[in-house]
Ligand binder design. Structure first.
Ligand code: HEC
Length: 142
């Protein structure tokens, strides 16, 4: 094969790889979890889960989330009233529950947060979400 053909071939392969990569990244960023996170959580917790000063705690690398990962579904549905400490900072504002979200939406958001903002990248199964929601529902006497 002459050099011109080789260069052309490499250029085509490069373009193809670039196309597949951007397509893959787009698919990731427009997953249902990403969309729901952006619509329902990002205005307070930030696009990158960075939080909002001393008003809203971070989700990205949050120690609270590490120790309470099994409560995430309950927090989304029922909110949190008590003051909590996250990464050494106290937060006193209440978070209202997002009671209109379905279990599937909650599962997608939990998995989006887990795979983007935590090291463990725990995968929440729909069954796990259902069990934990059942648990906090009983606790709240609803
Ligand atoms: C209106 C603002 C607001 C929205 C919207 C909101 N939160 Fe919160 N969130 C808060 C505040 C304020 C706290 C702190 C609550 C406290 O101190 O009792 C909090 C606390 C948390 C915590 C526990 C602390 C931490 O950072 O690890 C988690 C987890 C959480 N929110 C997840 C979510 C998720 C997921 C969504 C979207 C489904 C969401 N929040 C939507 C304001 C909000």
């Amino acid at each position: 094969m002459d050099t011109r053909k080789k260069t052309a071939l490499i250029a085509v392969a490069g373009l193809l790889a670039f196309y597949l990569l951007t397509k893959g990244l787009n698919a990731l960023s427009s997953s249902p979890g990403a969309n729901s996170y952006k619509s329902y959580c990002a205005k307070c917790h930030g696009e990158q889960g960075e939080g909002l000063g001393t008003l809203v705690p971070p989700l990205n690398n949050a120690d609270w989330l590490k120790t309470n990962s099994s409560n995430l579904a309950c927090v989304i549905r029922y909110g949190i009233k008590d003051s909590i400490q996250v990464n050494g900072q106290w937060y006193d504002e209440e978070m209202l529950g997002l009671s209109a979200l379905s279990e599937v939406q909650i599962a997608n958001i939990c998995n989006y947060i887990s795979s983007n903002f935590t090291e463990t990248k725990h995968f929440y199964t729909p069954e796990e979400i259902e069990n934990s929601l059942q648990g906090c529902k009983d606790e709240k006497g609803n």
